[in-house]
Design a protein around this ligand. Structure first.
Ligand code: ADP
Length: 218
C-alpha cells in the first residue's frame, strides 16, 4: 500500500475569482484514517476530486508512492489505485448485491467465477451474510448498502479509499459500524483511508484530522 502525497496543490475553476485550493501540502499514509473537515465551500470536494484523479491540479504534484500522477493515465489510476465511497452509496439498483461487487472485477477482466468468489469473500468480510447476496440493494438497510459499497471499493485492489461523507445518510449505529469498518481496513489491512466529513463523531474516531478553510489546509 502506498502513500498519497499532495505537494503545493492549487486548483482554480474556470471563470472563478479565487483559487479553490491554495498550496495544499499533505501526506495520507497507508494504515491511517484521515478526516478532512471544514465549512461548506472550503474546498473539500475539490480536494477529493483531485485525489480521486477526476481532474488534474492547476499547480503542484500528486504522488502515489513515488509515482507522479502527472505522468499517469488517470483512467487507469481511477480503475486500479483509488476507490471512492459516496454518501448515497451509488450502488447499481438493477444489479444484485453480489453483482455490484463483481462489477469492477468483471470490468478489469477477472473471470466470472473468480469474481463471484472474491465478491462473496469481500461481502462476508464487511459483515454481509450470504443470504443477502442475491437481494437488490434497495432491499438492504442504508448501513448494509454502505458496507456493500465498501466491499465493491475493495474489489479492484485499490489501496486508497476516499470516502465522501460516508455516514451522511446513516443513523448513529450504522455510522459507527461503517467507521469501525473503515478503521479496521486501515489499521489491520493497511489501506490509506481518507474521509471527508461534517460528522464530528467520524472526525473524532479518525487518526488525523485536517481542517480546510478557504482552500487551505490547517
Ligand atoms: P466544499 O466541498 O468544502 O463545500 P468545494 O470544493 O465544493 O467546497 O468548493 C470550493 C470552492 O470552489 C467554493 O468557493 C465553490 O464555490 C467553488 N466551486 C466549486 N465548484 C465550482 C465550479 N464548478 N465552478 C466554479 N467554482 C466552483
Amino acid at each position: 500500500m502506498r502513500e498519497l502525497k499532495l505537494e503545493n496543490i492549487c486548483y482554480q475553476y474556470k471563470n472563478a475569482g479565487r483559487m479553490a485550493l491554495e498550496n495544499i501540502n499533505c501526506a495520507f499514509r497507508p494504515g491511517t484514517v484521515s478526516a478532512v473537515v471544514g465549512p461548506s465551500g472550503s474546498g473539500k470536494t475539490t480536494l477529493l476530486s483531485i485525489m480521486a484523479g477526476l481532474d488534474r491540479p492547476s499547480g503542484g504534484r500528486v504522488l502515489l508512492g513515488e509515482a507522479d500522477l502527472a505522468g499517469m493515465d488517470l483512467d487507469a489510476y481511477r480503475r486500479k489505485d483509488v476507490s471512492v465511497i459516496f454518501q448515497a452509496f451509488q450502488l447499481f439498483p438493477l444489479l444484485k448485491v453480489l453483482g455490484n461487487v463483481c462489477y469492477p472485477m468483471e470490468l478489469g477482466g477477472v473471470p466470472v467465477k473468480a469474481a463471484r468468489e472474491r465478491a462473496g469473500a469481500l461481502l462476508e468480510s464487511v459483515g454481509i451474510e450470504a443470504e443477502k447476496f442475491r437481494r437488490f440493494p434497495a432491499n438492504l438497510s442504508g448501513g448494509e448498502q454502505q458496507r456493500v459499497a465498501i466491499a465493491r471499493s475493495l474489489a479492484t485492489g485499490a489501496g486508497v479509499l476516499l470516502a465522501d461523507e460516508p455516514t451522511g445518510n446513516l443513523d448513529g449505529e450504522n455510522s459507527r459500524n461503517v467507521v469501525e469498518l473503515l478503521t479496521r481496513l486501515a489499521h489491520e489491512e493497511g489501506y490509506c483511508v481518507v474521509i471527508v466529513t461534517h460528522d464530528p463523531a467520524v472526525a473524532e474516531a479518525s487518526d488525523l484530522v485536517y481542517r480546510m478553510v478557504d482552500g487551505a489546509l490547517q
